[in-house]
Design a protein around this ligand. Structure first.
Ligand code: SF4
Ligand code: SF4
Length: 93
């Protein structure tokens, strides 16, 4: 559910929102779900699959929502997830 009050920057139309590609190293994951719980964009969910240690690694719900904030990688205690920021072409002004 969307928050009731939400403040948007006044210059939002001039801001380029970064996008990220998520890399998950499934065998390192211990299933703590920190990355899932704290992703501000709801990009991740618990997957149905098991790794060899018997944990459920995260899965990407919709990568288009990733804003490349890097929080998932910062919080992961096993260094099992990180993002690659999408490179966009810079247009001339
Ligand atoms: S980089 Fe940020 S927005 Fe993207 S999946 Fe990780 S926590 Fe979510
Ligand atoms: S924070 Fe790391 S160890 Fe925890 S579920 Fe996410 S990828 Fe796995």
């Amino acid at each position: 559910m969307a928050p009731k009050y939400w403040r948007k920057p006044l210059d939002l139309d001039r801001i380029r929102v970064p996008r990220g590609h998520i890399v998950i190293l499934k065998e390192r994951c211990k299933g703590c779900q920190f990355c899932i719980a704290f992703c501000p964009q709801g990009v991740l969910k618990v997957s149905d699959e098991f790794n060899s240690k018997g944990y459920h690694p995260p899965a990407v719900v919709d990568e288009r929502n990733c804003v490349a904030c890097g929080l998932c990688g910062l919080l992961c205690p096993e260094f099992a997830i990180y993002h690659l920021e999408e490179q966009m072409e810079v247009g001339g002004e």
